[in-house]
Design a protein around this ligand. Structure first.
Ligand code: MN
Length: 238
């Protein structure tokens, strides 16, 4: 297929999608690609940790990861299995369950299951440092500099009141990157036009064994040494 044919085909497809939507305004226009894929986007089972339990040490110790992944995160999947019909667990993506849930136990447990799947991918052993060029340019356009982003993200995460999450998101309406804090199990997946790119867990269970009440030390160490910029780059590109 040559390039001209490809362009004509996509124009034809768009016009078909638009006319289908005009005929039935409640039909979804186009499904956005889901942020996490495969085992990380299913409700039926907790995905494997993407690295060894001890691999984040000394920034996040093996005991913390063992409890966090092996007890807290696991429990959200166990609760979901009690709350949802087996068919839903088999067929619906975790993201679609989060997006569709009304406030209550399903939203809480599905939200926490997905948020933690996203967290384990947002950090990685021997990471942090300078972001790849595409990420650096996007951060500079939205925050002025990478340092200014680091500062705003660290402040939002450190000062967040109570349990929750600090996110870097893309506002899909204007293309800008924004730092967002959410409480408890809340997720940007349910907020209009925000696509999550990165998250840090600021529930006490994420850092208390390693840092006691000094959340800012945990956040600063994670930003310096564990942020998975390659994951952010991949999320920006899709
Ligand atoms: Mn957690």
């Amino acid at each position: 297929m040559n390039r001209r044919h490809l362009l004509l085909s996509s124009a034809a497809l768009s016009s078909l999608a638009l006319s289908a939507h005009a005929a039935n305004p409640t039909a979804p226009v186009v499904n956005k690609p889901e942020v996490l894929k495969g085992a990380e986007n299913t409700a039926r089972a907790q995905p494997p940790l993407p690295y060894a339990q001890s691999a984040l040490a000394p920034v996040i110790g093996s005991t913390t990861v063992g409890l966090h992944y092996g007890k807290h995160h696991k429990k959200y999947f166990e609760e979901l299995a009690k709350l949802l019909p087996a068919a839903t667990l088999e067929t619906d993506s975790l993201e679609s369950i989060v997006r569709a849930a009304t406030p209550g136990p399903i939203a809480n447990n599905a939200g926490q299951a997905w948020n933690h799947n996203f967290y384990w991918r947002s950090i990685a052993p021997k990471s942090g440092g300078k972001p790849p060029q595409a990420v650096r340019v996007a951060l500079e356009e939205s925050f002025g500099s990478v340092d200014a982003f680091n500062k705003e993200f660290t402040k939002t995460a450190s000062e967040h009141f109570g349990s929750g999450w600090a996110w870097l998101c893309k506002n899909q309406q204007n293309g800008k990157l924004v730092v967002v804090g959410t409480h408890d199990a809340a997720s940007p997946l349910t907020m209009a036009s925000l696509k999550p790119l990165l998250v840090v867990d600021v529930w006490e269970h994420a850092y208390y064994k390693d840092y006691s009440n000094e959340r800012e030390k945990y956040v600063t160490a994670v930003v310096d040494k564990l942020l998975n910029w390659r994951f952010v780059e991949a999320n920006l590109a899709t």
